[in-house]
Design a protein around this ligand. Structure first.
Ligand SMILES: [Zn+2]
Ligand SMILES: [Zn+2]
Ligand SMILES: [Zn+2]
Length: 137
């Protein structure tokens, strides 16, 4: 976290108590969120920052590679990502997100490519939502 704060500072993002609280909430939220959702959650938890600040934080986090955007039904959602290489599995119903540490194989790639990285995410329905959906029937 200290290193992240330093990188954010070097991007010209001025850290305040409220902004730090916002960053910590975003880090611990465990789901993908839009800036508007993050703003509302912060308000509900007593962190009074403006929506513009949420956008600024997400922009700064994007610059330092500590957040990843997801396009879901035409809306951009964000998740906090630490520096370790990982993947995600995301519930399309409740937007819960879990990090996945294992990497998929490179089977099926065209020959003679020098691969330098990959981005893989899985989308589906989490166990809790599956239970919810069964009970609703
Ligand atoms: Zn991540
Ligand atoms: Zn779910
Ligand atoms: Zn990987």
């Amino acid at each position: 976290m200290d290193e992240l704060l330093q990188r954010l500072r070097s991007e010209g993002f001025r850290m305040t108590q409220e902004r730090l609280a916002l960053l910590q909430q975003f880090r611990d939220i465990g789901r993908i969120v839009t800036p508007a959702e993050m703003h509302q959650i912060a308000q509900e938890r007593g962190v009074s920052v403006g929506l513009t600040t949420v956008y600024r934080l997400f922009e700064a986090l994007t610059k330092v590679g500590a957040t990843v955007p997801f396009l879901v039904d035409g809306t951009i959602y964000y998740t906090f990502c630490d520096a370790d290489h990982h993947h995600h599995v995301i519930c399309m119903r409740c937007h819960r997100l879990t990090e996945v540490r294992g990497c998929p194989t490179y089977d099926g790639l065209p020959a003679n490519w020098e691969v330098q990285g990959h981005r893989v995410d899985w989308f589906g329905v989490c166990p809790e939502c599956q239970t919810d959906m069964q009970q609703a029937h």
